[in-house]
Each structure stands twice: as C-alpha cells, then as structure tokens.
Design a protein around this ligand. Structure first.
Ligand code: F6R
Length: 256
C-alpha cells in the first residue's frame, strides 16, 4: 500500500522508503502534468531542476515516452538556472545536461528548451529576457525542485530575497563544494550563475520538491520546521498553494 501524504506547515509531504519510490512518484506527477495540459489543448510547460536528485525521475519519464504512453514533443522545458563562465560547448552547462537527460530522450523540440542566457555581456538584461520569455509561454505548469544542503532552491542561496526574480547570483562555498563532484576540482566550479528567483519559482502553478539521502535531512527539516537560524530559501514553498514535497526515508529523518 502506498504511504499517505501528511501535511507539515501547510505543505503536503509524501515520505517514501527510498529514492526509487521518490522517482516513481515524481515521474507520475510529471506525466500527469503533461497529460493535463494536453487535455486542455495547451502545450505543457515543465520546469526542471538539474543535479543528481531528479535524474531517476527523468529516466522514468523517458521510459514512458519510449513505451509510447507519452508524447511531450510540444512541451516547453524550463531550466531553473545556468552556470556563468563555462564555455558554450562545455558539457557541464545545464543547457547541455538538460538536452542529454530530458529534451533528447523525451523527443522535445530543442527550440523549446528555455535556459537563462549566460553569454551576454549584460546578464541583468538576459535575466529580464528569460522572465519575459517565460511569461510569453504562459508560465510553468509544474516546477520540479531539488534542495541544496544549505536549503537553496534553484541557486537562491541563504539570504536571498523572496521577492526577487531571475538574476545573477553568487554560489555559496558549500554549493560549490557539493557540485565539485562534476568538475576536476572545486576551483573549477563556477563562482556565479543566473538563477530563477524565489519569486519566479513561486509563480509556477505547482511545485514538486524532491529530496533523497541523509545529506538533505537538515535542509528539509529547516525548510519545513522551526527555523533556528532564520529562514532557509526553500521555506518559501510554504506560501505556495499547490506544493508537494516527496522525500525518501533518509531525507525525512529529521522532520517532525
Ligand atoms: C539545480 C538546482 C539546485 C539543485 C540542488 C540539489 O538546477 O537548481 O537547486 O536542485 O543543488 O542538487 P542535487 O540534486 O545534485 O543534490
């Protein structure tokens, strides 16, 4: 039998035994969002996170596409963020990661991948253009979120203003250390990124935050529990009317 969601601080929380169960639940929600938009005669707009947590979810959606149950060719795929300072063809750019893991395997038209532009000399203007394009496609139906060990969502690090939109951000040292596994050393990890702001994220019609593993337990507890050291960025999801948090046993460990 499937565990029932509980409500913590007004947020629906689904606690599942392991990361595979989290991926299955998240993939089902994602597929449902695509079906729902298609049933309404609209092109689905799916906000995706990069990083390790959602990879198994994307693989399950790919399996649904390959089995012929799902055709997201006309979906829009919207990134949360992009590193600043990597070469255009660097495979660690989030644009390339999303092309490899989402756009190509799901059969989405690559012109429908929306990622903050980071090659422009004027990144403030580029962030503004990203917001405008996002608004022009009707906003995000379902935004998938991971959570950083320090409670960031997107690259909104602790101290981010919840009213801010997409902008140039500086990565916290702990974020650079966590992401160093994808680089030869921590020194290679970019110092900056352009990230959707917390206000941008909160405009999505639905939010789905995933967390797996013991290294996320403290951040999850801070996002959904009493805030000893002030609010972590992820706690803004509490103010969203349609949010679900899906956790494995380890990530839920410190949650009351
Ligand atoms: C990625 C992003 C980040 C990650 C977070 C968790 O686009 O915006 O907020 O979701 O750092 O990363 P993983 O899943 O690698 O632990």
């Amino acid at each position: 039998m499937r565990p029932a969601p509980t409500v913590v601080e007004g947020v629906r929380v689904l606690r599942l035994p392991d990361a595979a169960a989290v991926a299955a639940a998240a993939a089902a929600a994602l597929i449902d969002a695509i079906y729902q938009a298609q049933a309404q005669g609209r092109d689905p707009v799916i906000g995706v996170a990069t990083g390790d947590t959602p990879q198994a979810t994307y693989a399950r959606v790919t399996a649904a596409v390959e089995s012929g149950c799902l055709d997201p060719a006309r979906a829009w795929i919207v990134a949360l963020d992009e590193y600043v300072g990597l070469g255009r063809d660097d495979p660690r750019r989030y644009r390339h990661e999303l092309l490899r893991k989402v756009v190509e395997p799901w059969g989405v038209d690559p012109t429908r991948l929306l990622v903050p532009e980071v090659d422009s000399a004027d990144l403030t203007e580029a962030a503004h253009v990203f917001e405008e394009r996002l608004a022009a496609i009707g906003g995000v139906d379902l935004q998938l979120l991971g959570i950083g060990r320090n409670g960031h969502v997107g690259f909104n690090e602790p101290g981010s203003d919840p009213e801010q939109g997409t902008r140039l951000v500086r990565l916290a040292p702990s974020t650079r250390a966590a992401n160093a596994v994808h680089f030869r050393s921590v020194d290679e990890v970019p110092q900056e990124a352009v990230s959707q702001g917390l206000a941008t994220i909160l405009r999505a019609r639905r939010l789905l935050l995933l967390a797996t593993g013991p290294q996320k337990a403290a951040a999850v507890a801070a996002a959904l529990g009493p805030e000893a050291d002030g609010p972590v960025p992820a706690s803004v999801i509490r103010s969203h009317p349609h949010v679900t948090v899906v956790l494995d046993h380890d990530a839920a460990r410190l949650l009351r």
